[in-house]
Design a binder for this molecule. Structure first.
Ligand code: FEO
Length: 392
């Protein structure tokens, strides 16, 4: 995209990446993404807020072609999709100083080879004048690195939030025009990188209550002209509230685990528990992460592979443990050929999940009448446990 005006003397100068389909070599991006950078011209100084992913350097420098001078380069976050072109900006604008949080300074020096004498650090609440415009820096740690901060432009009530409130979605709209798809993309983004830090994010949301925010300008996805939309979503996602939902993630080799899952999911649904069922042979792992934001229970369905869980189940379990969702209950169902240690191995992989493990249902070969009865009982237990928590 070409530079676009947000308000008087405030411009979006970043790049939309319509084609990117994977982030961090891990996170699927079904809708692409954007790397947002902003330019603010004050009466005395000019500031650039973040850069873009180096893969979009040509677009970015074209957008800056008519920018003669930059005094401050605000670096909200050290990850390279925003910081990667800082060295080239510093070379192009020799008078520019990088402005970042104290924790970011070392990160930027180590990741980008920056010299410390080009960096100014700012504390939470500290201000910086551009003449007729004033920045207030707002430290927002753990969204999703420890050094991240945002910038509040007081006169215009714009909060530049970096990854906080971001969404991986490529759009030609500068602002959110349709909230529904952005809600899904923002929730996916939250689930994939911010869910482990819910408590810190709750504190950041409290900190933002001190500001009167008219626009939120994140570093991925469209801007929010109605900030309450995304603030309310974040309050919900970071809250302790759970839903009467179960995630059933499974894989099957010869059909036995699949038939158990089919029976079990029907049993849960019959008891009013909403189920998110994922066949991990084909699943977009981002959708699984989104389902974990609100679910009270996870049930893993796996055959035994060399006595342990199927490696694709192990991958999902590893991810769930890293994301630390609010889950309260977990269980395992599945089938083995001649022997197994499925339950012991999965239990050892989830130290971060503060869950009650409900009696697993593991059978040898094809499930029989007694196994299906055990699945009914497990479904009944889950429905009862959810009811005891008041989940509807
Ligand atoms: Fe969009 Fe943490 O970088």
């Amino acid at each position: 995209m070409r530079p676009r005006q947000i308000k008087d003397q405030i411009y979006a100068v970043g790049a939309v990446d319509w084609d990117r389909r994977l982030f961090d070599g891990l996170i699927p991006l079904p809708d692409g993404t954007s790397y947002n950078s902003y330019l603010v011209r004050g009466s005395e100084k000019t500031a650039l807020l973040d850069t873009v992913d180096p893969s979009k350097r040509d677009i970015f420098f074209e957008n800056l072609r008519e920018v003669a001078s930059i005094d401050y380069l605000i670096a909200h976050h050290g990850e390279q999709d925003h910081s990667g072109l800082i060295p080239e900006i510093l070379a192009k604008y020799p008078q520019a100083k990088v402005v970042c949080s104290p924790k970011a300074k070392g990160i930027l020096m180590d990741h980008l080879g920056l010299s410390g004498d080009r960096i100014l650090t700012v504390d939470d609440g500290q201000t910086l004048s551009l003449g007729d415009r004033t920045f207030e820096f707002v430290h927002t740690p753990w969204v999703h690195w420890p050094e991240t901060m945002g910038t509040y432009l007081r006169e215009d009530k714009v909060f530049f939030s970096c990854d906080f409130f971001g969404s991986h979605i490529a759009q030609s709209d500068l602002f959110v025009a349709d909230e529904a798809p952005v809600y899904e993309a923002a929730k996916r983004y939250f689930a994939e990188i911010m869910m482990p830090f819910r408590t810190a994010i709750q504190k950041n949301l409290e900190r933002l209550k001190t500001l009167e925010i008219g626009i939120i300008a994140p570093s991925h996805g469209p801007l929010y002209g109605r900030p309450e939309f995304i603030l309310e979503a974040y309050r919900e996602w970071t809250s302790d509230r759970l839903r009467n939902e179960a995630v059933v993630a499974y894989i099957s080799m010869h059909g036995s685990t699949a038939s158990m899952v089919d029976h079990f999911v029907a049993a849960l649904a019959e008891r009013g528990v909403r189920v998110h069922q994922f066949n991990l042979a084909e699943t977009d792992i981002g959708k699984l992460a989104v389902a974990l934001v609100d679910a009270a229970t996870i049930v893993l369905g796996t055959p035994a592979v060399h006595i342990g869980p199927h490696p694709r189940i192990a991958h999902a379990v590893f991810l769930a443990n890293a994301l630390r969702p609010k889950l309260k209950f977990a269980s395992i169902i599945g089938s083995y050929g001649w022997g197994h240690k499925i339950v012991e191995q999965i239990a050892a992989m989830i130290p971060n999940l503060k869950v009650e493990v409900l009696a697993p249902v593991i059978c040898r070969g094809k499930p029989r009448e007694g196994d299906f009865a055990a699945l009914e009982k497990l479904a009944e237990t889950i429905a009862r446990k959810h009811a005891e928590l008041g989940l509807k």
